[in-house]
Write a protein that binds this ligand. Structure first.
Ligand SMILES: Nc1nc2c(ncn2[C@@H]2O[C@H](COP(=O)(O)OP(=O)(O)O)[C@@H](O)[C@H]2O)c(=O)[nH]1
Ligand SMILES: [Mg+2]
Length: 412
C-alpha cells in the first residue's frame, strides 16, 4: 500500500454473491471497468474471493469483492462456500447477482437470509437481461415473498454493459445512508494542540515506513488542525522539556509504554496506538471488560491469540512469543496458548478461557465487530494486545484515563 492510499480497512466493502455462472465476475469487471476476475462458462471458475480496491463515484474509495458460487458442490465446493461466508463478515453492501432467465434459486434465498441476519444492505442484480425476451426496463416492485423490494432490484447486462452506471449509483445510495465518520483521535483534541507520538524504531519495524495505525493517527491529527510531533522513545523526555507548550496528549507504541509512562509527567494524558485503534474499531469497551479474565486464568487453561494478518513480523513476534511469555510470568500459571493467523477466525471458541486479538489494523470495522460478537455470544472474554499488555504492566489505568467511563469499568 502506498502512503497516499486509503487503507483497505477504511474502504466500504462491496461483495458480489450468487450462484455459479450468474455472471458475478462479469459484473465485477463491468463495474470496475477492468478485467480483473476470470469469466468463464465453466462452473466454479472463481475459486477464491478476488479483492480490488477502486474509487467508485460518487462514493469514494471502496473494496470490490468477487466470490465463488454459493451453490458450489463437493468437498472443494463446500470449502469455497465457506470462504464466501467469511467474506460476508466484512461486507458492508452486498450485490446478489441472479441469472435473470433463471430467477431466484434456493441458494440465493439463503444468501438473502444471511444478508438480513447480518444486517447487510443489499441489491439484487438480475444479470443477463439481454437474454430476456421481454425487456424489463424498470425494477419489480414486490419480491417473490410479497415484501416490497422497490429499489433493491435492478436489471443489468454485464455483457452489453447495460444498467451498470445505475447499479453503481444504487450501491452508492445504499452506503451513503447512516455512515458515521469515526475518528481515531480527532475528537479528543482541539485545533492547534500538540500531540506527541512515540514510535520506536527497532529491527522489527518495517524498513522505510511507519505502520498503518501510526500513519492513520498522524493523518487524523492533521485533519483536526492540530500538530503531530513524532519521536523515538529515547527522545521523548528531552522533547517534552523543550516543547515550550504542554502537549494535549502523548500516544505511544504499546511495546515501550513503561518507559514512556515514566518519562511523561503525570498531568499529561497518555495512551497507546492500540488503545486508540481498538476504540476506532469499536472493540475498546469489550476489550477493557474482557481483560479482567486474566485474573481468573488457571493451570491448563487455553488462551487463543489471534493475528488479523500474516505479514506484520512485529505483531507476529508479539502474538506468538511475547504475550504467551508475559501471560505465564504475570499469572504464574501453566497456560496453553494457541495462535490463529490470517483472515480466518475460528467459529468455535468454547475451549478458550480468553481470546486475545491483535489491534486489527488490517480488518474493517464490520469484521472486528463480528469477531467480538462471536466471542460474546459464546461467553468467552475477548481483549486485545494493547489492553492486555498495558494491564499486565500495570499501566492500563493510565492509558484509558482519557475515557473516564471505561476507567470505572476496571476500578469497580
Ligand atoms: N448473455 C449474457 N451472458 C453473460 C452475462 N454476464 C455473464 N455472462 C456469461 O455467463 C457465463 C458466466 O459468467 P461469469 O462472470 O464467469 O459468472 P460467475 O460464475 O458468476 O462469476 C460466462 O459465459 C459469461 O460470458 C450477460 O450479461 N449476458
Ligand atoms: Mg466467477
Amino acid at each position: 500500500m502506498g502512503l497516499n492510499d486509503t487503507p483497505s480497512s477504511d474502504r466500504i466493502h462491496i461483495g458480489f454473491f450468487g450462484q455459479r455462472n450468474a455472471g458475478k465476475s462479469s459484473l465485477v469487471n463491468a463495474v470496475t471497468g477492468q478485467e480483473l476476475a476470470v469469466v468463464s462458462d465453466v462452473k466454479g471458475t472463481t475459486t477464491d474471493p478476488v479483492y480490488k480496491s477502486m474509487e467508485l463515484l460518487p462514493l469514494g474509495p471502496v473494496m470490490i469483492i468477487d466470490t465463488p458460487g454459493f451453490d458450489d458442490e463437493g468437498a472443494l465446493g463446500e470449502l469455497r462456500v465457506k470462504k464466501t461466508k467469511q467474506v460476508l463478515n466484512k461486507t458492508d453492501v452486498a450485490v446478489l447477482v441472479v441469472d435473470a432467465a433463471k430467477g431466484l434459486s434456493g441458494s440465493d434465498r439463503e444468501l438473502l437470509r444471511l444478508f438480513q441476519d447480518k444486517e447487510i444492505n443489499y441489491i439484487i442484480a438480475f444479470n443477463k437481461s439481454d437474454l430476456l425476451e421481454v425487456k424489463t426496463g424498470s425494477e419489480i416492485t414486490s419480491g417473490a415473498d410479497g415484501t416490497n423490494q422497490s429499489g433493491r432490484e435492478i436489471y443489468v447486462s454485464a455483457k452489453q454493459h447495460e444498467g451498470i452506471e445505475e447499479l453503481k449509483e444504487r450501491i452508492s445510495r445504499l452506503t451513503v445512508t447512516g455512515n458515521l465518520k469515526l475518528q481515531i483521535v480527532g475528537d479528543l483534541i482541539h485545533p492547534s494542540d500538540f500531540v506527541v507520538l512515540v514510535v520506536p524504531i527497532d529491527k522489527a519495524a518495517p524498513k522505510g515506513r511507519l505502520i498503518l495505525p501510526q500513519q492513520q493517527t498522524i493523518r487524523d491529527i492533521l485533519e483536526a488542525d492540530a500538530a503531530a510531533i513524532v519521536v523515538k522513545e529515547y527522545e521523548l523526555r528531552e522533547t517534552l522539556e523543550n516543547l515550550g507548550k504542554r502537549p494535549a496528549l502523548v500516544i505511544t507504541d504499546s511495546q515501550v509504554f513503561a518507559k514512556v509512562s515514566a518519562d511523561t509527567p503525570r498531568d499529561i494524558p497518555l495512551t497507546s496506538f492500540s488503545i486508540l485503534m481498538a476504540r476506532y474499531k469499536g472493540l475498546l469497551e469489550t476489550a477493557v471488560k474482557g481483560v479482567a479474565a486474566v485474573e481468573r486464568l488457571k493451570d491448563g487453561d487455553s488462551v487463543l491469540i489471534v493475528e488479523g494478518c500474516t505479514h506484520h513480523r512485529q505483531c507476529d513476534d508479539i502474538g506468538s512469543v511475547k504475550i504467551p511469555r508475559w501471560l505465564g510470568q504475570y499469572t504464574g500459571k501453566q497456560l496453553n496458548c494457541k495462535t490463529a493467523m490470517g483472515a480466518v477466525f475460528p467459529e468455535d471458541l468454547s475451549e478458550y478461557a480468553l481470546v486475545i486479538h491483535c489491534g486489527g489494523c488490517m480488518l474493517n470495522e464490520r469484521e472486528v465487530k463480528y469477531r467480538m460478537k462471536c466471542a460474546e455470544d459464546q461467553n468467552v472474554p475477548i481483549t486485545n494486545y494493547g489492553i492486555v499488555i498495558a494491564y499486565m504492566q500495570g499501566i492500563l489505568k493510565r492509558s484509558i484515563e482519557i475515557f473516564p467511563h471505561l476507567l470505572m469499568e476496571i476500578e469497580d
